[in-house]
Design a protein around this ligand. Structure first.
Ligand code: G6P
Ligand code: MG
Length: 219
């Protein structure tokens, strides 16, 4: 039986995925690297440095950057990103998520956060959702990013549950792969998540309810 949930943050709880994308797009423009919607989708769930490496790898001129230059570019993106999230309030919680969290806690389920973002704790504070979760995995402690299962394994340990008792929620295909690798049941939200074939799938957060999950599980 399902007893808990491991949550991705960006694109699941709040729409900060669009701010990450905007900040990366802006940096790519600065570097003269052409942007595509496809790369935007690929970057979902990918750590800051790995995202930068992916963007630089699409440069047809193949310009090389030193470690120090890359750190500066990553810092620049993060500074821009932080100005974009400065105005985040509880109104920015995606539709249906607050009622899902309330219902879930009411019924005795527990939840933790498996976000690759070092900004996750401050975003949860702005959304006034910190107390809904028993813990947040610190991405600085990870050896591997998504699609490696490590972050969901750790989020499951925070819940003190077996993988078979957990549903992981993700909007990124790398994230769905990570959930599956951790042995948890993957719940994908939106088109990017669908490509990794999650066991459960919702087109938008609005339709996310315990009842709809139960319906899909018993199919
Ligand atoms: C999440 C987002 C990614 C982001 C990563 C790192 O996984 O989906 O787009 O690159 O977190 O975020 P950070 O805030 O640490 O740069
Ligand atoms: Mg995400």
């Amino acid at each position: 039986d399902i007893k808990g949930f491991t949550f991705d943050l960006d694109g699941v709880i709040t729409d900060t995925a669009k701010f990450h994308e905007a900040a990366w797009h802006d940096l790519a423009d600065d570097l003269g690297i052409e942007w595509s919607a496809e790369i935007g989708n690929h970057l979902k769930g990918i750590s800051r440095m790995a995202s930068l490496d992916m963007i630089l790898a699409t440069d047809p001129q193949g310009k090389q950057y030193s470690q120090e230059e890359k750190q500066q570019l990553a810092d620049k993106k993060n500074a821009h990103y932080r100005t974009l999230i400065a105005t985040v309030t509880p109104d920015d919680i995606l539709p249906g998520i607050k009622s899902f969290l309330d219902d879930m806690l009411d019924k005795g389920y527990t939840a933790s956060v498996a976000s690759a973002s070092k900004n996750a704790p401050s975003i949860l504070e702005k959304l006034e959702l910190t107390s809904y979760f028993v813990g947040i995995v610190d991405p600085a402690t990870l050896t591997h990013g998504k699609p490696n299962p490590e972050i969901f394994v750790k989020a499951g340990e925070l819940l003190n549950l077996q993988p078979s008792q957990i549903i992981g929620l993700e909007d990124a295909s790398a994230g769905v792969e990570a959930i599956k690798g951790a042995g948890q049941t993957a719940l994908g939200i939106g088109s990017a998540a669908k490509t990794a074939n999650p066991e459960l799938w919702f087109d938008k957060t609005e339709n996310l309810t315990l009842n709809n999950i139960k319906k899909q599980l018993s199919v």
